[in-house]
Design a protein around this ligand. Structure first.
Ligand SMILES: NC(=O)c1ccc[n+]([C@@H]2O[C@H](COP(=O)([O-])OP(=O)(O)OC[C@H]3O[C@@H](n4cnc5c(N)ncnc54)[C@H](OP(=O)(O)O)[C@@H]3O)[C@@H](O)[C@H]2O)c1
Length: 363
């Protein structure tokens, strides 16, 4: 009996030990992949970082470093699978796995790095624009810059400054991409390593207005097929008579960033490019389910007042919306406000871009 019990135990062990090892693998990878440290001191007006951010950041670093087998096991094929079916808008352009190549501006930012990794997991070839080498190391792009496989392809593009006078350089940075996703924006957070960026009141004008214009000009010159611009809610506050809106006042006090983003929106709309303008509410690194799931609104509907659908939106959701906008024709030439639906039902996926019927930004 003892022998047979031990055999059964051994057989169970043979089954369970690999299973336990398999289950523990993500944890081991997360611990192993945890970035060296979060050295930067941030206190954002509208940037929310949580404990789960660090775990999420670690997971993303691991995903970036992981071989394609691990990527597959994370079950992120949805983006790639969906887009493959409707590749028409990009016929004749340089492609990778039947998808257009994508240039991401501001790829080291909280949103930009999500967009990069989500698209890589969707099987895209990405050119990740970076302006500051030290940030590149922080998000571990230095390790992965030569990361290429049959399933995804990442090229890190250094010195990708989004600022006036950079059109020619930005054309080079865009390279053979036919989609640009502009996640760059002046940072309203104090960075102990770059304090000047916080105290220089002209940063928003330099980046969010003049830099965005330079990137748009470069995209036009390169024949880019789609320009996805991350703007923000309340950019049209002036026209809406919302100058006393306390959220607008606080947010815009950072170098008039919202006013400049609105000007950039208008410039993009007049550029002739196919565009999607996304106006997120204050973004958080919390996952979607903690802020209620994403809700799509018409322009000028989210004023961040009591009783509205919600107040903040998950960056994970905004990143998914960017990925969907690449191929979804309903996202074309539209402005969409994005907020987490803490008080209403989130927008079902098939209705994501429906507000397109009323999407012109008023002057
Ligand atoms: N945070 C929010 O709650 C919120 C809400 C609505 C809209 N938005 C807008 O959404 C976008 C992404 O937000 P986020 O939270 O991801 O911001 P973030 O973490 O501050 O990232 C901003 C990115 O832009 C880059 N950048 C800034 N100035 C640049 C320049 N002159 N040239 C090239 N790159 C530059 C930064 O590079 P470094 O890494 O080198 O600094 C960083 O990669 C921004 O346009 C922001 O204004 C933000």
């Amino acid at each position: 009996m003892a022998v047979s019990a031990s055999c059964r135990g051994h057989r169970r062990g043979r089954f369970f030990l690999p299973l336990i090892a398999l289950l523990a693998l993500p944890t081991i990878l997360v611990k192993w992949g945890r970035p060296m440290g979060f050295m930067r001191l941030s206190s954002g007006v509208y940037s929310s970082t949580t404990t789960s951010d660090k775990v999420a950041a670690s997971r993303r670093a691991v995903v970036a470093l992981a071989p394609s087998a691990v990527l597959g096991s994370l079950g992120q094929a949805a983006v790639g699978e969906e887009v493959a079916a409707t590749a028409d808008p990009y016929q004749g352009v340089a492609q990778f796995n039947g998808k257009p190549k994508v240039f991401v501006a501001g790829s080291t930012g909280e949103l930009g790095r999500r967009v990069v990794l989500d698209l890589l997991r969707g099987g895209y070839a990405i050119r990740a624009g970076v302006r500051d080498d030290s940030r590149m190391y922080e998000v571990q792009y230095d390790v992965i810059q030569s990361r290429k496989s049959p399933k995804y392809d990442l090229t890190v593009v250094k010195n990708a400054f989004i600022t006036a006078g950079q059109k020619a350089e930005l054309e080079k940075a865009i390279g053979d991409s036919s989609v640009v996703i502009d996640c760059a924006g002046a940072r309203p957070v104090f960075d102990v390593l770059r304090p000047n960026l916080y105290f220089d009141q002209s940063e928003a004008e330099k980046t969010d207005l003049n830099g965005t214009k330079a990137l748009i000009d470069a995209a036009v010159a390169k024949g880019v097929k789609k320009f996805i611009y991350i703007s923000a809610v309340l950019t049209n506050a002036k026209a809406l008579g919302e100058l006393d809106n306390k959220e607008y006042k606080q947010w815009n006090s950072f170098g008039k960033v919202l006013d400049f983003k609105h000007e950039a929106e208008l410039y993009l709309q007049a550029s002739g490019l196919d565009y999607t303008i996304l106006r997120p509410a204050p973004m958080t690194n919390d996952p979607s389910n903690q802020v209620g799931g994403i809700w799509f609104g018409k322009p000028d509907t989210v004023l961040l007042k009591d009783g509205e659908v919600g107040y903040q939106v998950s960056r994970d959701d905004v990143s998914n919306a960017c990925a969907d906008a690449i191929f979804n024709p309903k996202a074309s030439r539209g402005v969409f406000e994005l907020v987490g639906a803490s008080r209403k039902s989130p927008t079902p996926k098939e209705k994501w871009w429906d507000p397109n019927s009323n999407t012109k930004v008023s002057k």
